[in-house]
Design a protein around this ligand. Structure first.
Ligand SMILES: *Cc1c(COP(=O)(O)O)cnc(C)c1O
Length: 380
């Protein structure tokens, strides 16, 4: 018997064009942050409808800078979902502020004004909302609530590129948003991130902070041909993106519409295949927008015949890579001893959900194999 062909959970969609773009950057002799990073920033900001883009090394560093921009530091509290990749909460701690975990709504896995209010205190200065798994958060409701309460709303859009709210890109109208180009996300530069904002002063400061707090960037000094003495205006970081990464990012951005429409098409087909399974609810578009299905997760009812981990085992036995659902940061050893309100929905989603394979070149036959295992596990 030949083993069935393995189905991965995610494969980035990269081709010859990306390979050529990276090679061109290498051949140009300018491989650190330079003209390609600047072009990628402009194209990305335009795509999401923001005035400024600041390319950085990852979404984790983008979040750190975004939280610095809004002025957070020791003594401040920031409301964050525990149901997120751990970098969301870590970025708050990197500023010296305290992450306060809020619960999420079951349908989207995202914060709502109600879940934020449940944990808000007089020390709360900001809310860090995540567009979890590419399901857009209801930013209109969150922005209104934050404005009323005098809180800054920072958006973790690591998974959000290509998702929309009210027909506009995630990031449009955001105070400040952070993005990821890790290969597990919708478009990739290997590693990489971006901050977007409409605030010119913040953009200027973050450009400096990502480059050691330098008054003049290395690329500008190189381009000028004259000696320019830079000053170091504040203590910064090295959070730069390379031009090799940015070259790949520019090509990937050009593929975004095609990638998102393929993901949505495959998600709609999963929805049909899985609809007959009782006690299994697939992630769906919320009423306020459309997702990009960066992570296609399904939630099992408490009385589903097989436990979540048993379903993952059965999928693995059939040669299918799936993943446990989105993690809950407050349950990790890194947050042991971090006082947290009860988070029943977060814990239920984290315990009973799993992420199914979904990638650009996935075939219908591969999807049928995934669905067959889930039907079998449901006892049908
Ligand atoms: C992936 C992810 C991050 C971290 O992104 P990196 O680019 O790997 O640093 C942060 N937040 C969320 C919600 C993520 O999914």
């Amino acid at each position: 018997m030949t083993a069935p062909e393995r189905i991965p959970v995610m494969v980035p969609w990269l081709g010859e064009e990306e390979a050529r773009a990276a090679a061109d950057a290498v051949r140009s002799g300018w491989v650190a942050q330079g003209p390609r990073a600047a072009a990628f920033e402009r194209a990305f900001a335009e795509r999401v409808g923001a005035e400024h883009g600041i390319a950085v090394s990852s979404c984790t560093t983008a979040l750190h800078l975004a939280l610095i921009a809004v002025g957070l530091g020791p003594g401040d509290e920031v409301v964050v979902p525990s149901l997120s990749f751990i970098a969301t909460a870590n970025a708050v701690l990197h500023t010296g502020a305290r992450p306060v975990f809020a619960d999420v709504e079951e349908a989207t896995g995202n914060l709502t004004p109600q879940t934020v209010d449940a944990v808000r205190t007089p020390r709360t200065r900001a809310v860090l909302a995540v567009h979890q798994g590419g399901v857009p958060a209801d930013v209109h409701a969150l922005r209104a609530a934050c404005a009323d309460r005098g809180l800054a709303l920072v958006e973790d859009a690591a998974c959000g590129i290509g998702a929309t709210v009210g027909g506009k890109s995630v990031g449009h109208g955001a105070l400040i948003a952070a993005w990821s180009f890790h290969p597990r996300k919708v478009i990739t530069t290997g590693e990489g991130g971006m901050v977007t904002t409409d605030d010119a002063a913040w953009a200027g400061r973050l450009r400096r902070l990502r480059e050691h707090g330098m008054s003049v960037s290395a690329a500008q000094r190189h381009a000028s041909g004259r000696p320019i003495a830079e000053r170091y205006l504040e203590v910064g970081y090295n959070y730069r993106m390379t031009d090799i990464q940015a070259a790949v990012g520019l090509v990937q951005l050009g593929r975004l519409d095609e990638i998102v429409s393929r993901r949505r098409e495959l998600a709609a087909r999963y929805e049909q295949l899985l609809a007959p399974i009782p006690g299994l609810r697939p992630v769906r578009d919320p009423a306020h927008g459309e997702g990009n299905f960066q992570s296609y997760w399904v939630l099992l009812a408490e009385d589903f015949p097989a436990g979540r981990d048993a379903v993952l085992e059965a999928l693995a036995d059939a040669g299918i890579s799936a993943r446990r659902g989105i993690m809950a940061a407050h349950l990790e050893p890194a947050y042991a001893g971090h006082a947290t309100a009860p988070l029943p929905v977060t814990e239920r989603i984290s315990r009973n959900s799993l992420i199914l394979p979904l990638f650009h070149t996935m075939t219908h036959a591969q999807q049928d194999r995934v669905a067959a295992v889930l039907h079998e596990q449901a006892g049908g």
